[in-house]
Design a protein around this ligand. Structure first.
Ligand code: ADP
Ligand code: ASP
Ligand code: MG
Length: 471
């Protein structure tokens, strides 16, 4: 039986957290024959090492030759304190300190180059942002060895092969499986626990890539598929997937069981607890996925399985994404003309911006869709170019963006066949003066998304959450 366990930033965020994590690894090893651990870079809220690494790089790009040095000092303090707190001086302490020091010096050298050249490519961002995992993993592995648990740090740049879509690279499962089997099987057979860096991978010629922010969850399921694991567990700092973001809603409750589809919708629509790509390898290989709390390990957390659960009167969770723009293409001349939608989305695709939600009225007079606020100008310009002729002829009256909107999504497979759920949601929005700008329902009837003014986000989430608790 093989288990992949991923520990998030807070689970390795301090010497104490690493101790808890090591204990969990040791305990679980007794029940599971073979364990693979994936770890994130250190993160104690609100500071995540990945954020610091990126912040320094961007400030260097802006010509600031100082901030990255301060950040390097801060990272030294965080990592050295953890190493000193965990590793005995007569053991591997010096070796691991020196290794972390090398990464931080390399970070400074890269940022200095960015500052001098005034250039920060996606490739450089990946080399820089992946260092958090490359520093934390050797610490955890050395601590486990010190505690008598055979463990070996493994850099996923030697395991996970990806394309060169830096900052959101896609794995090549064929090549990855060959590498994972060759590198990890011998360790597992020798009873050694591989401790693998989350988040990072490399192109076939060895250039470091990352899987996107929060991507260590995805690393775990990629390894799960490649090693044919029986289960994948994600250890984080909350009791599993909750009915709402506990930072927004203080009476959010843990959800015991969710289907792959439900959790995919939640992750896609902003629930940060799982990276949205995590589910696919699990769905395709029927690998159950659990989300558990490192700091409350006896809580069962959430199990994600392949069944259409129907509970809670239809809805289970609500989530939101802020900082979006709603872009509208409208005009009476669009009615009945084939190809407008196709051309709209081709023009968007050329900008490489991904569309989060689409809504079209049946009269065909307008098409609206949501994109990240930061990218609305690029998208609007591309559409105005695409439809220059139609705009001149007044077939299309305007292409415009509504700023600072949010998508709030309600998720639950039981909505199918439970009439009245959407009615309750919209009545509640009306009662609380939340104006609904657009609506989209997934054809699976597993989610309903509404677009609202950004300022109403927290209120809409908590009013909808009250409905979930009442059901
Ligand atoms: P990790 O470093 O362990 O991957 P993350 O910060 O990426 O942790 O994800 C866990 C956090 O996700 C939680 O601390 C919580 O604040 C946030 N979160 C947002 N929505 C949800 C939700 N629906 N259920 C649980 N956690 C959520
Ligand atoms: N450390 C990376 C990030 O902060 C990956 C992860 O935490 O999953 O995005
Ligand atoms: Mg995460």
């Amino acid at each position: 039986m093989t288990l992949v366990m991923k520990f998030g930033g807070t689970s390795v965020g301090s010497a104490n957290a690493m101790r808890e994590t090591a204990q969990l690894i040791q305990k679980t090893k007794q029940a599971w024959n073979q364990i693979i651990v994936v770890a994130s870079g250190m993160g104690s809220k609100p500071i995540k090492i990945t954020d610091l690494l990126l912040q320094g790089a961007y400030s260097a790009f802006d010509g600031d030759d100082n901030t990255y040095k301060e950040i390097a000092d801060q990272m030294r303090r965080i990592h050295f304190e953890t190493i000193d707190g965990l590793l005995e001086p007569e053991g591997e302490r010096q070796k691991i300190l020196a290794e972390n020091q090398r990464f931080i010096s390399h970070y400074e050298a890269l940022c200095q180059a960015v500052c001098v050249l005034g250039e920060l490519t996606p490739r450089a961002l990946d080399a820089i942002s992946g260092m958090g995992e490359q520093m934390s993993v050797p610490i955890l592995a050395a601590y486990l060895r010190q505690e008598g648990i055979p463990a070996q740090a493994v850099d996923a740049t030697n395991l996970i092969v990806t394309d060169n879509n830096f900052q959101s690279a896609n794995p090549d499962f064929g090549l990855t499986t060959i590498k994972v089997q060759a590198a990890l099987r011998p360790l597992l057979e020798n009873n050694i626990i591989p401790i693998v860096t989350g988040f990072v991978g490399a192109t076939p010629n060895g250039i470091t890539t990352t899987l996107g922010r929060g991507g260590s969850d995805f690393s775990a399921s990629i390894l799960g598929q490649s090693i044919k694991a029986n289960e994948v567990w994600i250890w984080t700092d909350v009791d599993g997937v909750m009915s709402a973001d506990p930072r927004i809603v203080d009476n959010a409750v843990s959800i015991p069981v969710l289907s792959y589809r439900e959790v995919s919708e939640l992750a896609y629509y902003g629930a940060k607890v799982l990276h949205p790509k995590t589910m696919r390898p699990c769905i395709e290989n029927n690998i159950p996925l659990r989300i558990k709390n490192t700091f409350n390990p006896t809580h069962p957390g959430t199990v994600i399985v392949d069944h259409k659960s129907n509970g809670n009167g239809g809805i289970k969770a609500v989530t939101g994404i802020k900082n979006l723009s709603m872009i509208t293409v409208e005009g009476t001349g669009m009615i009945g003309i084939p190809g407008i939608a196709a051309r709209t989305f081709s023009a968007v695709a050329r900008t490489k911006v991904s569309v989060l939600l689409i809504s079209q009225a049946s009269s065909e007079q307008s098409i609206c869709f949501a994109v990240p606020e930061s990218q609305n100008e690029t998208v609007v310009n591309s559409l105005r170019t695409e439809f220059a002729e139609e705009i001149k002829r007044r077939d299309i009256d305007s292409v415009w963006a509504l700023h600072d909107v949010s998508i709030v999504t309600v998720v639950g497979a039981g909505m199918r066949g439970t009439p009245g759920v959407s009615g309750r949601i919209f009545s509640s929005m009306g009662e609380h003066h939340v104006n609904v700008i657009a609506i989209a329902q997934g054809s699976s009837e597993c989610s309903i998304s509404i677009v609202i003014d950004g300022d109403d986000t927290a209120a809409a989430i908590s009013h909808i959450h009250n409905i979930i608790l009442e059901l």
